[in-house]
Design a binder for this molecule. Structure first.
Ligand SMILES: [Zn+2]
Length: 212
């Protein structure tokens, strides 16, 4: 069941140190009474004590039943990603330590390691800063996600989507690892970058690998 999957991965956010306590949020595309939308973690509840009834349904038009609980205050960017990215079926947003640290520099992660291609391009973009929960932040995230399935969010954290929650979660963990490696690489100077040509080869190989 989709609601229990949201709970399972919300708890995993805590146990894998992607996000502590209430920070970060998880959603999965869903349908309720013929209405297209998504199930999302609620606002202000500890993930360790989440019950199925706490998971909130938000329609793709941004409607939800307030009596049934409040969705995460960051539901707008989930809505906008589902509306604009046809291959997004599940989303993981985290304030994970290393991704958040790198995001405070408001810069893309360059090709210091070939694995940056895991997000879909030759770098991992960082969405411009805007207040959490606003439509303007949603817009910034969508531009950073152009041809990408993950990005950093300035002074905030990271976001990853996929065809299911397992894949979105794994991608978020990968982004966190890359940020950890990037921080370490910077400690001993400026890393040598891979060329655009090499990154094209890597991207081609990754596409084939995914297909296979
Ligand atoms: Zn957040």
């Amino acid at each position: 069941m989709k609601k229990s999957q949201v709970i399972k991965f919300a708890k995993k956010l805590n146990s894998t140190n992607l996000s502590a306590l209430r920070s970060g949020n998880i959603s999965i595309i869903a349908k309720e009474r013929g209405v297209k939308g998504f199930y999302i973690t609620p606002s202000g509840k500890k993930y360790s004590s989440l019950k199925t009834k706490d998971i909130v349904f938000v329609s793709l038009k941004g409607k939800f039943n307030k009596k049934k609980g409040k969705p995460s205050s960051e539901w707008r960017f989930h809505q906008d990603i589902y509306v604009n990215k046809k291959d997004a079926k599940a989303i993981v947003h985290a304030h994970s330590t290393c991704a958040t640290a790198v995001s405070t520099h408001q810069k893309s992660i360059p090709a210091f390691h070939y694995m940056v291609a895991v997000a879909g391009g030759e770098d991992i973009k960082c969405a411009k800063y805007s207040t959490f929960g606003t439509r303007s932040l949603s817009k910034n995230i969508l531009s950073a996600l152009k041809n990408r399935s993950a990005c950093l969010i300035s002074n905030h954290g990271q976001i990853a989507f996929g065809e299911n929650l397992e894949k979105a979660f794994e991608l978020a963990q990968e982004i966190e690892n890359i940020c950890h490696q990037y921080i370490n690489a910077l400690r001993i100077g400026i890393p040598k970058m891979l060329s655009k040509k090499e990154m094209k080869i890597v991207l081609g190989k990754m596409k084939n690998y995914k297909r296979g």
